[in-house]
Design a protein around this ligand. Structure first.
Ligand code: GDP
Ligand code: MG
Length: 178
């Protein structure tokens, strides 16, 4: 018998860091320069044949508009089992907001056993690294571990770098904790 698992995963981070682009790249294999700030909450579904007896239905929750307030309502977080926390490597302020987003997440949702939901940190727009802030950023490996992320990746929704890897890392963590 095949079993099906529905996983609600949140994609959070400041406005313009590439959340919608990451979801579109992962689910529809597309990228567009065209900036469109959708309003409200939207989600995309990706079905993964996880193993011979498990199908994972991955629901990626996008936010739009609300990220300008730096936090989300409890309703949005409800029943989430994981999160991608995204910042833009070319904008320091979006990195500085990462801990605020992680704090918002951990204060509004937790696993059944009270532990925080797994979160992966994404340093997006790595295709623009030359204009980036690498010298100003702390050692990401340490930062990520110290602040309770299960992993971190330099990603590019534009070039399709590490998007699959980052999401696989998250899903693997989710599937192993439950
Ligand atoms: P959101 O507000 O977090 O959903 O950000 P969007 O996905 O709307 O992206 C904001 C802008 O950044 C858009 O113009 C995107 O085309 C651009 N963008 C997103 N990801 C990347 C990336 O990996 N590299 C580059 N160069 N631009 C990106
Ligand atoms: Mg968006």
């Amino acid at each position: 018998m095949q079993q099906e698992r529905l996983l609600k995963v949140l994609v959070i981070g400041d406005l313009g860091v590439g959340k919608t682009s990451i979801i579109k790249r992962y689910v529809h294999q597309i990228f567009s320069q065209h900036y469109r700030a959708t309003i409200g909450v939207d989600f995309a579904l990706k079905v993964l044949n996880w193993d011979h007896k498990t199908v994972v239905r991955l629901q990626l929750w996008d936010i739009a508009g609300q990220e300008r307030y730096g936090n989300m309502t409890r309703v949005y977080y409800r029943e989430a089992v994981g999160a991608l926390v995204v910042f833009d490597m070319t904008r320091l302020s979006t990195f500085q907001a990462v801990l605020k987003w992680k704090g918002d997440l951990d204060s509004k949702v937790a696993l059944g056993n009270g532990r925080p939901v797994p979160a992966v940190l994404l340093a997006n727009k790595c295709d623009q690294q030359r204009q980036g802030l690498c010298s100003k950023l702390p050692k990401m490996e340490n930062f990520s571990r110290e602040h309770g992320f299960v992993g971190w990746y330099e990603t590019s929704a534009k070039d399709n770098t590490n998007i699959d890897a980052a999401i696989m890392c998250l899903v693997q963590n989710i599937m192993s904790v439950e």
